[in-house]
Design a protein around this ligand. Sequence first.
Ligand SMILES: [Zn+2]
Length: 455
Amino acid sequence: MILRDVEVEGRCGLDVRLADGRIAEIGPRLAARGDEIDGRGGALIPGLCDHHIHLFGYAARADSVALEDARGPDDVSARIAAAAAGRAEGAWIRALGYHERIAGELSRDDLDRLAPNHPLRVQHQTGALWVLNSRALAALGEGDDPPGLDRASGRIWREDAWLRARLRAAPPPLAPVGRTLAALGIAALTDASVTTDADAAARLAEAHRTGALPQRLTLMSGGALEAPADGAFAVGPLKVLLDDHALPDLDDFVARIGRARAWGRAVAVHCVTAGELALTLAAFATAGARPGDRVEHGGVIPAAAIPQLRDLGLTVVTQSAFVRERGDRYAAEVDPAELGDLYRCASLRAAGVPVAGSSDAPYASPDPWAGMAAAVDRRSAGGAVLGAGEAVDAATALSLYLGDPADPGGPPRRVAVGETADLVLLDAPLRDVLGEPSAAHVRLTLMDGAVAHGR
Ligand SMILES: [Zn+2]
């Protein structure tokens, strides 16, 4: 295949020939051979990498009815009816984000009216309560009801583990997620879920082999994980999930790092609070850090921690989109003296700490272009600026998503002869796209030289 008239690394009017999944030739007016695509002067860039995502969580969210912004009872009915219309009779419908200010308290009878032919469960915005309709309650089976379940009202309080075990729910489909991410120009994904085990990894590998999930996969896990012989996924760092309310003791943490080393793996630690970061720095200082060790989120990084991050050689994998999506809440709730510590970027880079970009979807939007825009303007949805000094220019923001999945925050991958043809064709020169980063500029996403998304 030949891409005609594209901009490559700042040079315009070039043709790029792809063969055997790689970039075979770059130059002006290459001889015709095979399929051709007119790039119309748009930039050709490496496919983006989301360095921290939760694929099953995102797939479940994508497969659910969102009710957070429903406008009253009629809107709730319409959304559930639309989901029912798109499913076979008897297939589960899951709705998330309900709050009684939308249409009052919900009961089993209300849900029976909303979805007479499907098992339906609706989660309250707090996550603490599910309401189920009669078909859903029947599908759970009888007996061994936990204290939080009231079958008469269809309500289940704080019994998620029991519910999950009883549901034995089929995993959510991954193909819609693969398509959505390809349309955003994403060619590589690092799943950061601590819960990934051999079964979950096998399902992701199969989705990759069938093309449902065309992106290259790197999987973290909380325990041992074997890479498949065909390379359907790469094994990433061992994930350590900290919880500020129940931090492990230092010895336990250091032992976990030791286990990762025995498996030849780096370690990625969930650090949202300053307390989690302090413990993480102490653990790496004790156990020793190695290249590839990562701090996930870096939600709060006090200035004093920056030289420690650098000296340990840790990479910070950030999510600038939280500034946009949660910034107003932070501005209201976080001590003003600490607002500058939130989701740092520029100060880390200036100190020599590698920074990589990611979404943490489904907890924030999976759109890397929205993430770039927030990294540049540091604005909340309500317009508050958080940590103006942490802003980076748009080219730097893009580069956060261009590192190799095995070296997040490392040098951006390149569009050069011999490189893998995981590429994104934009609809305009890069300078124009960076002026207003948006997924609307993604015209074509290629994986191994084959079209994974095109419009
Ligand atoms: Zn995460």
